[in-house]
Design a protein around this ligand. Structure first.
Ligand SMILES: [Zn+2]
Length: 156
């Protein structure tokens, strides 16, 4: 299953008929995966996907900006759905600049989930919205994540 297929399956299952922005906390919970804050000693990380007592858990950093937390939870959900198993803690550097195939796959999943191709297409092509800040606001993602996504989808 590709990252796009995995993300679309989640959107179909838990987000059908719902409006933007996509809420990754809601989707993870609906998928039966608890999301909670990283413990104090782990706050140097951005997130963590781990198996605890045989059950998947997602942890995120509540001291980071909300847009960052949203991306992190989507990224960690990607680790779960793409079958990556328990992972080392994710630093923000490891998540954004990584060339690790597993990390880039989780990032691709997060982008597909938070900025569904169909919704991007609708806003950019049908409604002619091309301002990065406006689009990032619709999807509640950072401007850099939005720029990257638009480039990937061939809109810029
Ligand atoms: Zn990761």
């Amino acid at each position: 299953m590709t990252e796009r297929q995995a993300a679309n399956a989640m959107l179909l299952k838990h987000w059908q008929g719902k409006t933007l922005p996509v809420d990754p906390f809601y989707i993870a919970a609906a998928e039966g995966i608890p999301c909670r804050s990283l413990s104090f000693e782990n706050l140097s990380a951005s997130g963590w996907y781990k198996i605890e007592d045989g059950r998947p858990v997602i942890e995120y950093n509540p001291t980071e900006p909300l847009l960052r937390q949203r991306f992190t939870v989507a990224h960690e959900l990607g680790h779960h759905l793409l079958g990556h198993g328990s992972r080392p803690r994710d630093s923000s550097q490891a998540m954004m600049g990584s060339r690790d195939l597993v990390e880039t796959a989780a990032n691709r999943f997060a982008a597909e989930l938070l900025m569904p191709a169909g919704s991007v297409q609708m806003l950019v092509v049908d409604h002619g919205i091309v301002d990065i800040g406006t689009l990032a606001n619709y999807f509640q993602v950072s401007e850099s994540a939005m720029t990257y996504r638009l480039r990937n989808l061939g809109h810029i």
